[in-house]
Design a protein around this ligand. Sequence first.
Ligand code: YXS
Length: 259
Amino acid sequence: MALVEKTFNDGIGTITLNDQKNLNALSTHLVDDIIAALKQLKTKETRVVIIRAPEGVKVWSAGHDVKELPTGMIDPLTYNDPLRRLVRELQFFPHPIIAMMEGSVWGGGCELVMSCDILIASDKSTFAITPAKLGVAYNLSGVLNFMQNISFPVMKEILFTAQPISAQRAVQIGMINHAVPVEQLEEVTLKMANVIKKNAPLSISVIKEEMRVLAKAFPLNPEDFEKIQGNRRVVYNSADFKEGVSAFFEKRTPVYKGE
Ligand code: YXS
């Protein structure tokens, strides 16, 4: 059974994340269904795609499915992991994607929406980026995605505290485009989609790809990359990472010892 609903109407595709019993946690199954829906919408007729959750959700996405996080000496966020595949699919998708959010967005769910092109949230939404809460060694391209729109000090506050921020704060720091009353959310999103769909799709598509390429256009020497990967291996092999995941499932506060 598909964990997403896909509709298409007059140039606008809509993908609704609908694994509500798992709070839309980004499991391999849910991610594969989102990617399948995106591939079906990769046509000349599509002008805009909206990614959303069902109306009235309290949790838009609980982030990476913690049940799928390996804690046994394996990098949890390598190139072919579900979240990494999904982020690339969104960034390479040839048409604008609008993330329409209500409720709370957690962890990898924030990287999902930040990999979309335009973000419109209800003014009661919250956003929390949580590797530090769980002891996760986030990966380089993920951190780069977080850095794109937000200044270093603000991004470090969000990452190091792992606390939710309000939609208003997210607009203020440039993380999302708009925060609107929930009753206006769908109307505002569709209005924007209908304006975009009347513009030149080839021009929009090449601008999106130019911005994707330019955002990643800076040298990283192999030795620095290998140093980071070595540092990350210490983190995902650490007792702290195991403690973070155990504490999550035991519903208790983790006790980190820095080892
Ligand atoms: O106790 P049961 O078996 O009913 O399961 C509970 C939760 O364990 C489960 N659940 C999750 N399972 C896997 N992965 C998740 N991300 C996840 N989140 C929740 O769902 C059942 C109901 O959860 P419960 O009782 O807490 O519901 P609630 O309505 O009281 O609270 C909803 C949330 C979302 C506020 C709460 O579930 C929560 O704080 N979830 C964790 C959000 C989070 O920290 N996500 C980050 C996941 S790790 C990730 O995305 C990246 C790897 S990173 O951390 O690096 O960014």
